[in-house]
Design a protein around this ligand. Structure first.
Ligand code: R5P
Length: 299
């Protein structure tokens, strides 16, 4: 294919559903914005179309809300961008999929974190994401060995959002893995925080055991990186309300909220549910463009 790159300034290429957050990021950086067009054929295949002319540095923006589809569409887009002559490709994926399977928990299981990380690193010079679910893996570059792999944290933005509340809630992380995020969100405002113990019995079956903390009469905000089926947050909400909490809300970074997750939370007594715009969702309340721009500035 003939190279058709034209401009020296980077441009952000927004996947469907991501025009708004990608536009905020592009505006903040003074970069141009284009869209990636994706059409689904009746059989489920995707047709991906990029602008016919690309800059030397193209920045793709999407999150992995439908991970399998998005991975294929991104692969098609990135390969096409190279064919069109883009010399440098950056991926901004505020929510990075497949980061939780960091080990073969049973013989023969794919270690998806490693496989997907390498796939992305083969296509992209840089990968920028937000609070990837790295548990046993120390650094993002260990999972995504791109030339540059940057993980920014949403904690300062979540802390700022909490600071606007007129109470001083206790923050509760529902499981040991959330401890890093709960601490980082609580500390800027000097909020009390605690971490529960979770045992997962199945995709939609968790048991939450509260830590030794007096929740009676307190406003509690559950803080987690990912909410998927909502069972983790619902279990934590039932537990703290059972321990006498006055009110329980939830604040998450990556709002997957699959199926009836929000109904489940309402049924468990959760009041306000808020999230960052890492994934487009009606609960979005915290924009991440400033943090992402910080990771890209000077790039
Ligand atoms: C796992 O440790 C994550 O931090 C979340 O707690 C988990 O992904 C939530 O999943 P679900 O909403 O399906 O309980």
């Amino acid at each position: 294919m003939e190279a058709m790159t034209t401009s020296a300034a980077p441009r952000v290429l927004a996947f469907p559903g991501y025009r708004a957050p990608a536009g905020r990021l592009a505006a903040r950086l003074g970069w141009g914005l284009d869209e990636v067009a994706v059409r689904q054929f009746p059989d489920g295949e995707s047709l991906v179309r990029l602008p016919a002319s690309l800059p030397e540095h193209a920045v793709f923006y999407l999150s992995f809300d439908r991970p399998n589809e998005r991975l294929v569409e991104l692969e098609l887009a990135a390969a096409t961008a190279r064919d069109l002559g883009a010399g440098r490709l950056t991926l901004v994926a505020p929510y990075l999929c497949y980061m939780r399977q960091d080990s073969a928990f049973h013989p023969g299981e794919a270690v998806s974190q490693r496989v997907v990380g390498r796939l992305l690193a083969r296509r992209f010079d840089e990968v920028v994401t937000v609070d990837p679910h790295l548990h046993r893996t120390a650094r993002l570059e260990d999972a995504v060995p791109a030339r540059r792999a940057v993980a920014v944290t949403a904690a300062p933005a979540l802390a700022e959002w909490l600071a606007a509340r007129d109470d001083a809630p206790v923050l509760l992380g529902p499981d040991a893995e959330s401890a890093q995020w709960v601490r980082a969100v609580a500390e800027p405002g000097g909020l009390e925080h605690a971490v529960a113990h979770k045992v997962r019995h199945g995709d939609r079956d968790v048991t939450i055991r509260l830590p030794d903390f007096d929740f009676a009469g307190r406003d509690v905000v559950l803080v987690d990186d990912v909410a998927s089926t909502g069972h983790t947050l619902a279990g934590a909400a039932r537990a703290v309300l059972g321990a006498g909490a006055a009110r329980v809300d939830a604040l998450v970074t990556h709002a997957l909220f699959v199926g009836d997750a929000l109904d489940l939370l309402a049924g468990a007594g959760v009041g306000e549910v808020r999230s960052t715009d890492s994934l487009p969702h009606p609960t979005n309340a915290v924009h991440l463009d400033a943090l992402l721009a910080g990771a890209l500035e000077g790039a």
